[in-house]
Ligand binder design. Structure first.
Ligand SMILES: NC(=O)c1ccc[n+]([C@@H]2O[C@H](COP(=O)([O-])OP(=O)(O)OC[C@H]3O[C@@H](n4cnc5c(N)ncnc54)[C@H](O)[C@@H]3O)[C@@H](O)[C@H]2O)c1
Ligand SMILES: [Zn+2]
Ligand SMILES: [Zn+2]
Length: 363
């Protein structure tokens, strides 16, 4: 088969790789029908994730079709279309039993494209298939569910649920990349009073308005704390979601939050941020951190099925799997290409367009 193989910092190639095989009776082999690239893949390529060793196939988000199952797999069968998400669950450890699959100590957690071969490939081995994949309801397209593999549950669980967003709240979302935009989209499920998006890039702030933000602040030009205070009668935001991952934005969240408010950190931090306890200790502020568990995936899937959530708006560019290298170039240059999420499909893009045209003319 072909796959996107990591060859050390700055190096990757779409090349031949051994076909995956069943190694454990709980494994399934999935043919990848649709995959995508995450900002975390770019972190790995920069060399920021040393536990990912050269030779690893990247990718942790896909929709595919089961082609083979191990002897112990009972709930999925060859032919089933499944969502394979960034988190794998052993189903048996203490954390999996509590729904904290991201913390799995039984061999699961974030392993695809990190500790084992990932999903930017023609085929993949999926460990703990029974407890890790989600059957895709008939009638939903691959693209409708693909972004449930990471950004939607991440933003919802680590941002909105940890931030305890309630009806009427003023929610500040700092960072309007795919994660911040997904936080805006899923915060709306809780009917906040107002969503304020903060970013340095005007193009991202325009997207934030399209996704449902009510107020946008370019903190490169404006004083975000002063503006949030003005909007909230001097109190501050009820919940602040950090969706960047740098010290400045974490510290900004702790400044624009009201007393008794919640700061939900989603960003992956590589540097030390300052926690101003000398100012915060008296203000009853709650701060949370987290890796996604994907425990909300079934709920989000139901919302998509019911027409309440439409993540297809994240798809800005489409490629065939064989064009994955080009897709990395486009995704990696988001400031110029305005890419949010790129969709990699097993079906070549030309053929998809032909299929759509045929549908339009009723052939
Ligand atoms: N906790 C988890 O489980 C989890 C899972 C996935 C991703 N993440 C993390 O979430 C974060 C966001 O992911 P993404 O894919 O949206 O990233 P991204 O890089 O695409 O978007 C970040 C946004 O932040 C903006 N930004 C940068 N510096 C800023 C500043 N000083 N002030 C305001 N805005 C600023 C950028 O313009 C950009 O729009 C990353 O750190 C990512 O690694 C966390
Ligand atoms: Zn990811
Ligand atoms: Zn586990």
């Amino acid at each position: 088969m072909k796959a996107l193989v990591y060859h050390g910092p700055g190096q990757r190639a779409w090349e031949s790789a051994p076909d995956p095989t069943i190694l454990e009776p709980t494994d399934a082999i999935v043919r990848i029908d649709s995959s995508t690239i995450c900002g975390t893949d770019l972190h790995i390529l920069k060399g920021d994730v040393p536990e990912t060793t050269p030779g690893t196939i990247l990718g942790h988000e896909a929709v595919g079709t089961v082609v083979e199952i191990g002897a112990a797999v009972t709930t999925v069968a060859p032919g089933d279309r499944v969502l394979v998400s960034c988190i794998t669950s052993c189903g048996r450890c203490r954390f999996c039993k509590e729904g904290h699959y991201g913390l799995c100590t039984g061999g699961g957690g974030w392993i695809f494209g990190h500790l084992i071969d990932g999903l930017q490939a023609e085929y993949a081995r999926v460990p703990f298939a029974d407890t890790s994949v989600y059957k895709v309801p008939e009638g939903l397209s691959n693209e409708q569910v693909l972004f449930l593999a990471d950004i939607l549950p991440t933003a919802y669980e680590v941002g909105v649920l940890n931030g305890r967003v309630e009806p009427g709240d003023t929610v500040a979302v700092v960072g309007a990349g795919p994660i911040g935009l997904a936080a805006i989209m899923t915060a709306k499920l809780h009917t906040p009073g107002r969503i304020v998006a903060v970013d340095l890039a005007d193009a991202r702030l325009e997207k934030a308005l399209e996704f449902g933000a009510d107020v946008v602040i370019n903190n490169g030009r404006e004083d975000a704390v002063a503006k949030v205070m003005e909007l909230t009668g001097g109190l501050g935001a009820d919940a602040a979601i950090e969706a960047v991952g740098v010290p400045d934005t974490f510290e900004l969240c702790t400044e624009l939050i009201r007393s008794g408010g919640r700061v939900a950190n989603v960003g992956v931090h590589g540097k030390c941020a300052t926690l101003h306890l000398e100012k915060l200790w008296i203000r009853d502020v709650m701060i949370t951190t987290g890796l996604v568990d994907t425990s909300s995936t079934p709920k989000l899937l139901k919302l998509i099925e019911g027409g309440r959530l439409d993540p297809t708006v994240f798809a800005t560019h489409r490629f065939s799997l064989s064009e994955t290298e080009e897709a990395y170039d486009v995704f990696g240059a988001a400031a110029e290409t305005h890419a949010l999420k790129v969709v990699l499909s097993a079906v070549p893009v030309e053929n998809q367009n032909i299929a759509v045209e045929k549908e339009l003319v009723g052939v």
